[in-house]
Design a protein around this ligand. Structure first.
Ligand SMILES: Cc1ncc(COP(=O)(O)O)c(C=O)c1O
Length: 408
């Protein structure tokens, strides 16, 4: 059995048009299925960071703000990310954490609604299954702006929208289950209700096509340390659709978003374009590590990444089905491609012990307490043989950890 799936994996790897990208990363024999949490290191990044530190900072010192392009890095790198999320130039700016950008986007959207829409709208709808930070920040934004926070499961969002909805904040892919929400139809429904759509792209950018411009998204945020491989704590990004930029009133109008920062005036005047999403001095070391990391996308189409992601997750599920006895694991990730991101989440008993043993045997996924094993599939560096090995080691580990426990 195992030989036939191993053979199938070898054939799939041989036919994989993205297989060559793996050599761009610093990887070893480990099956690394945690790129949905921290992407692997692109092999050329250390030398680029060393140059930033030793030459740009060490030799050019303050001249680098101009000569090394430090000052304009947030918008320049935003334009590198833009095509990966289906945005035209001038709409994405990099900086701060995702959490901070959620704050800018949600408060910014409420202010847009008040300025250009219907100021009497009272409600912020938030994805009830959201990654917690978005919920915490939306709750604070609601308190600050005098709005009401309404948690709603994405499937119930269309029915919950109404004349009181000002803004809806939704995760594109659920961090726990890997479920992909329908961005085009939900954005259309939000607009139909006269509200603004804010999307969190942390688990979709770099894994599947997003189409921000094509689907008329209003604002979006995302991190860069998962499928974009920017490194631990690399800066996040904010998308403000061009049509909203003139009225976008950032709740964090730091001096970097001023139209003339070095005029040092006491009166604030927002810069035009995505730059008004900036706040303070950018974290140049992380920012330029991210810029270097984005080189791995040169010549890569996000459609081929999506095709491989679906093929990998299909194949992993096929291997799990064959290797793992019935009733030992349950997939929380939908089978339909239209509802699947780039991870598989398996529920099982004794999940913490199972993940610990998997990691000890070179299959690195992660755990979402109490009982969810997450396996992220990054198409640029994960292959079909990795998927087969992960499923086979999972079967071994489950047999050991759950010995004597009856299957569900
Ligand atoms: C969907 C989602 N949103 C937000 C965050 C938090 O981002 P940050 O720590 O960059 O603020 C994460 C982190 O994993 C996430 O998965």
């Amino acid at each position: 059995m195992s030989e036939s799936l191993a053979g199938k994996a070898a054939a799939l790897d041989a036919a994989d048009e993205l297989a060559g990208a793996r050599k761009l990363f610093a990887l070893d024999e480990t099956v690394y299925l945690d790129g949905n949490s921290l992407g692997a290191l692109p092999a050329h990044v250390p030398a680029r960071v060393a140059d930033v530190v030793t030459r740009q900072w060490g030799e050019l010192r303050i001249r680098s703000w101009d000569e090394s392009g430090w000052w304009t890095a947030p918008e320049r790198i935003g334009d590198r990310i833009a095509p990966l999320v289906g945005a035209g130039p001038g709409q994405v700016v990099v900086g701060d954490s995702t959490s901070v950008n959620v704050f800018k986007a949600v408060v910014g959207a409420i202010r847009l609604c008040e300025r250009t829409g219907d100021p009497s709208r009272t409600d912020i709808l938030v994805d009830a299954t959201t990654f917690p930070t978005d919920g915490y920040i939306a709750e604070s934004a609601a308190r600050m702006t005098g709005k009401r926070l309404v948690p709603v499961a994405p499937a119930d969002l269309p029915a919950a929208l109404g004349p009181n909805t000002a803004v809806a904040l939704v995760n594109h892919v659920d961090f726990r289950t890997g479920r992909l929400h329908d961005l085009p139809s939900l954005t259309a429904a939000i607009h139909e209700a006269g509200a603004l759509a804010v999307w969190d792209l942390c688990h979709s950018a770099g894994a599947l096509p997003v189409g921000l411009d094509a689907h008329g998204v209003d604002l979006a945020v995302g991190c860069t340390y998962k499928y974009l491989n920017g490194g631990p704590g690399s800066p996040a990004y904010l998308y403000v659709a061009e049509r909203h930029q003139a009225a976008f009133d950032s709740p964090l109008p730091g001096w970097n978003s001023h139209t003339d920062p070095f005029a040092m005036t006491s009166a604030y005047e927002a810069a035009p374009g995505a730059v008004r999403g900036r706040v303070g001095t950018p974290d140049i070391l992380s920012m330029l590590a991210l810029e270097a990391a984005l080189d791995v996308w040169d010549g890569v189409s996000i459609d081929s990444v999506r095709a491989k992601s679906l093929a990998l997750t299909d194949f992993f599920l096929e291997c799990v089905e064959l290797y793992v006895p019935q009733g030992r694991v349950t997939s929380l990730t939908p089978l339909e491609h239209a509802s699947r991101g780039s991870q598989i989440a398996l529920r099982c008993e004794q999940a913490p012990a199972v993940m610990e043993k998997l990691i000890a045997r070179g299959v690195v996924g992660d755990l979402r307490r109490p009982d969810v094993l997450r396996f992220g599939f990054t198409p640029l560096y994960v292959g079909f043989a990795d998927a087969e090995r992960a499923a086979s080691v999972l079967a071994e580990v489950l047999a050991e950890v759950l010995a004597g426990i009856p299957a569900a």
